[in-house]
Design a protein around this ligand. Structure first.
Ligand SMILES: [Zn+2]
Length: 179
């Protein structure tokens, strides 16, 4: 995103710059964020001059489809994710091309950019990943997996096995906790 028009402190300078696009993060970025996507992240951003020479505000939103495992039966579930962002921004000339999230003097989040051509992609991917729901269900009444790994939505005849197991060991999950 090119913010050069905002940085000219002349009467003709623009007060805001907008951009939109579709983001398809690299595989290593997706892995680092534990993010799986079904299609690109559609985003739009607007940066406005906040009054000072080097102070700005960025607002925007991003939406896309994440793939998450159903917490009961583990099949992939397409999950729509919408997020919006608002950050104070400031210009601190330097070498970095990516926008950096830092604490300002008051301990508030502020995005710093060092060059007029700003790469918002890492920030957008991160904000999107954080917005994902922690868990999803493939459907409200998902039956989950039986103890032997059978999908009970497809094979409801296995329900009896699961019930026996649940009664026998209500604290099954605690087995894995290392005390
Ligand atoms: Zn499920």
């Amino acid at each position: 995103m090119n913010l050069a028009a905002l940085l000219r402190h002349s009467p003709g300078a623009d007060d805001d710059v907008s951009a939109e696009g579709a983001l398809e993060p690299d595989e290593d970025v997706l892995q680092a964020l534990a993010l799986r996507l079904d299609g690109p992240i559609e985003w739009s951003l607007q940066v406005i001059n906040a009054g000072g020479d080097d102070d700005f505000v960025v607002t925007g939103d991003a939406h896309g489809t994440a793939m998450l495992e159903c917490r009961r039966c583990l099949i992939d579930v397409s999950t729509d994710v919408h997020t919006s962002l608002v950050y104070a921004m400031r210009y601190r000339p330097g070498d970095a091309t990516e926008v950096q999230l830092v604490d300002d003097e008051a301990g508030e989040d502020v995005l710093e950019f060092a060059q007029p051509l700003v790469d918002f992609a890492p920030l957008l991917a991160q904000v999107f990943a954080i917005e994902q729901p922690l868990t999803v269900l493939c459907r409200e009444d998902c039956r989950g997996l039986s103890i032997d790994g059978v999908n009970l939505n497809d094979h409801p005849d296995h329900v009896a096995d699961e019930r026996v197991q649940e009664k026998a060991s209500p604290f099954e999950k605690l087995k894995d906790i290392d005390l």
